[in-house]
Design a protein around this ligand. Sequence first.
Ligand code: NAP
Length: 316
Amino acid sequence: MDKNSKIYVAGHKGLVGSAIVEQLRDEGYTNIICRSHSELDLTNRNDVRDFFAAEKPEYVFLAAARVGGIGAMNVQQVEFLNGNLRIQSNVFEASHDQQVKKMVFISSAVIYPVNASQPIVEESLLSRAIERACEGYSIAKITGIKQCSFYKKEYGDDFVAVVPANIYGYNAIYDIKRSNVIPAMIRRFHSAKVHRLKSATIWGTGNARRELIFSRDAASGCIFIMQSKTDCDYYNLGCNKDYSMLEIAEAVRRAVGYTGEILTDPSKPEGAARRLLDSSRINSLGWSYQTPLDDGLRLAYEWFLENVKDKDELYI
Ligand SMILES: NC(=O)c1ccc[n+]([C@@H]2O[C@H](COP(=O)([O-])OP(=O)(O)OC[C@H]3O[C@@H](n4cnc5c(N)ncnc54)[C@H](OP(=O)(O)O)[C@@H]3O)[C@@H](O)[C@H]2O)c1
């Protein structure tokens, strides 16, 4: 990628896409093109074709997707499956037709089997059953990896996927119906602090373990993969460290400054018992994460305070 290469970042207003754009600009890339969801609906095949034919991007980051928490994914399997498949198929097809030099597709760690050996190596994909509660979303994300692989094998396209751990950071979704784990905890603890509640409750038993990566680090991994010679179809992207949900809740509570008790609600879904990625494949190319959890959570909370208008609403 040259500094004046034409780079399309799909999903540039989101958590990951906005961090990719910010870092590309910081690195001196000057020809970045973006379209918001309202300007270009990526589920519309003709519009995507027209856009690619007119703009002819040389490099594409596919960070647009229908994303949500486990609750939303569980009850809207059709929407998460079809919505993401449409976006992916349209962008892959148009990237192929317009001879995009390289595309990085952002998949997700939920693609891996629920009972995969930990830490999860890339080879465990499709070796056992995946998490039921987010099956629609996961199958779309698995398909994206296969699309990278098949386009490369059949047509020689340089399409590659990254498989990030849970991402948190700036521009996260704080809408209660759509937010995932960290924004939901930030909201809940902030609300408990502001409304002086004695306790705040997190979903699940608190024992499930998750790996978290700050949005800037996720973006730097995506850009690193774009800039590197990549021989594999997909690369895990994480910090090689996980925490129990209760430990994560404690860390969020510290960042927010809430002093009440943390309760758990085992009746609510919490997904796979553990999901720790083995990121040695990308580490061996020379990339590693930078931001410790406490620092990232502090920055995410600062962003929440500055940007979320209804932040002080009661949220239990
Ligand atoms: N967040 C995580 O923890 C996590 C973890 C692993 C992987 N990922 C993956 O990382 C990628 C980015 O996720 P994110 O967390 O940054 O999500 P996000 O904050 O929701 O951003 C996604 C962006 O895509 C846009 N978008 C959705 N549907 C679209 C459509 N039909 N046409 C055009 N734009 C559309 C959204 O716009 P609107 O908001 O206006 O709809 C939003 O700006 C996704 O592929 C996701 O699967 C995320």
